[in-house]
Design a protein around this ligand. Structure first.
Ligand SMILES: C[S@@+](CC[C@H](N)C(=O)[O-])C[C@H]1O[C@@H](n2cnc3c(N)ncnc32)[C@H](O)[C@@H]1O
Length: 313
């Protein structure tokens, strides 16, 4: 499996945000060695586009997630402009079905759950706040996947809830930030850490994101937390290099509302033509960037962990 297999469909989905496509392609590569065996739950599934792509699903390139977003001015008030569902315009055309289905997708945002359900990947979607009890049946799931645990305040409760819903020999798959993650945020490193007012402007780039990344921990710290919650690590790797995370930290995010607004006034055929040429032009730039993942950097350890956990019996 090469980076292209994942990067191209992700670039087609996130075309105006190539940095997001790069991160998600690295997620897919890290997860490549892990098998998702059913029944499966996806906690914090969002719009499902990532899990759909990871599962081998592909969409017609005419599908464009940026065509239906909330009022773009809200971007500057730190509102999630993608928290929007319009059933008349958001119908995805699946060209390749995913290789497996996910039994239950959980998220707190109803609009994103509706988008996720429209992909045909999830058998069921259930709204819930993952800080509270999870709407998952006791002992039902062989695979519980989540890439959002670090957004949560009450993440230990979530781990306990996942363990409760896990089948006896089941696996919990988590993607979590390493202690180094904060070093790769310009706002955190140059302003929050130093308090130097000349870097205060970096909040324009950060937009509150790095505050949302609440749990950045070393392998040893995560291991101790898992052990306290009756879970042991059966597989681990670090991924997401400093290069990728620093590129993602800026990316096209600051100008993205304007790019979206410009794309949204184009006639559909012209828009698709530009999108296809854009993706073609970006691939040779983003692809080698993702491949830097494979080079080791002793001084700057990767910013993320992939953990596979099982119950301590
Ligand atoms: C960055 S998105 C990731 C979505 C999806 N897993 C993906 O990979 O594209 C984070 C998701 O976490 C969800 N989320 C954040 N806090 C949550 C909570 N307390 N309960 C449930 N979902 C939550 C958000 O609604 C959002 O869909």
């Amino acid at each position: 499996m090469t980076i292209e297999n994942y990067l191209r469909p992700l670039m087609e989905i996130f075309w105006l945000r190539p940095e997001t496509a790069a991160w998600r392609a690295c997620d897919c590569l890290a997860l490549h060695e892990v098998e998702f065996t059913g029944p499966i739950a996806d906690v914090g599934c969002g719009d499902g586009l990532f899990s759909f792509t990871r599962a081998g699903g592909r969409l017609n390139s005419a599908y464009d997630m940026f065509s239906t977003v909330n009022e773009l001015e809200e971007f500057f008030d730190k509102v999630d402009i993608y928290d929007h569902f319009d059933e008349n315009t958001t119908i995805p055309i699946v060209t390749e079905k995913p290789l497996y289905n996910i039994d239950v997708g959980v998220d707190q945002k109803l609009s994103l759950l509706k988008k996720a359900y429209s992909l045909g990947l999830y058998n069921e979607v259930r709204p819930a706040d993952a800080n509270e009890s999870l709407p998952l049946e006791d002992g039902r799931f062989y695979t519980i996947y989540s890439n959002i645990v670090y957004w949560l305040d009450n993440y230990r409760n979530t781990l306990r809830e996942m363990r409760r819903a896990l089948a006896e020999d089941g696996q919990i798959i988590l993607q979590l930030p390493n202690i180094t993650m904060r070093d790769y945020s310009f706002f955190q490193r140059l302003y929050v850490r130093t308090g130097d007012p000349s870097w205060e402007w970096l909040h324009l780039i950060d937009r509150g994101r790095s505050d949302n990344i609440r749990q950045c921990k070393t392998y040893a710290e995560w291991k101790e937390i898992f052990s306290d919650e009756g879970l042991r690590i059966v597989h681990h790797r670090n991924y997401l290099s400093k290069n990728i995370l620093e590129a993602w930290d800026i990316g096209l995010r600051p100008i993205s509302p304007f790019l979206i607004e410009m794309a949204n006034v184009l006639p559909p055929e012209k828009r698709l033509d530009i999108k296809e040429r854009w993706v073609e032009a970006m691939m040779p730039l983003v692809s080698p960037f993702c491949l830097m993942e494979n080079s080791t950097d002793e001084i700057h350890p990767p910013g993320f962990h992939l953990f596979v956990l099982k119950k301590i019996k």
